[in-house]
Design a protein. Structure first.
Length: 168
């Protein structure tokens, strides 16, 4: 049951992120790049670099991705039926987490939802430019999860730079 929770938790999150990449990538492809002005290209390049650093590296690689893998490993070693059933939510810190982790996860998700709703109102090419940066960050996040899965397999959960944040 623990292995199933691990696979469902990590696999569910990777599927969710991949779906977002495909969906937003389609919007980014709608941009008519040949009609972009210099100011559009400048914003695109700066936004892309910022999102790779902020969302990809700082958000995913340093925090979210290792936590997903550490919590999935913890779930595999301490399976409970409800936690396995809700494994993606468990790995994201919504289920069986410290109050601080749960509140942080909820606040971050709320912020992301608000951001998504605001970006949807933007006209092209601005929406596509924003989505290009978001897609870059999400791809970095997917690759980070895969990186930490390999690190877990080679060195164990103790080598990962985050705590499980499960209640005592």
């Amino acid at each position: 049951m623990g292995v199933l929770g691990f696979i469902w938790g990590v696999g569910g999150i990777l599927t969710l992120l991949s779906f977002a990449v495909l969906r937003l990538g389609g919007v980014a492809l709608e941009v008519d790049y040949q009609s972009l002005g210099l100011h559009h290209w400048l914003v695109l390049v700066i936004w892309f670099a910022y999102m790779v650093w902020a969302e990809g590296y700082k958000g995913f690689h340093k925090a979210f991705a290792p936590r997903v893998v550490v919590r999935a490993d913890y779930l595999a070693k301490h399976p409970q039926a409800l936690h396995v059933l809700l494994a993606p939510l468990y790995c994201m810190g919504y289920v069986h987490a410290t109050v601080r982790r749960r509140m942080t996860s909820i606040a971050l998700t709320s912020m992301i939802i608000c951001f998504v709703l605001l970006v949807r109102m933007l006209p092209q090419p601005w929406r596509g430019i924003i989505d290009i940066g978001v897609v870059a960050g999400l791809v970095f996040g997917i690759l980070s999860i895969l990186y930490y899965l390999l690190q877990l397999r080679g060195q164990g959960a103790d080598s990962l730079p985050v705590a499980t944040d499960v209640p005592a």
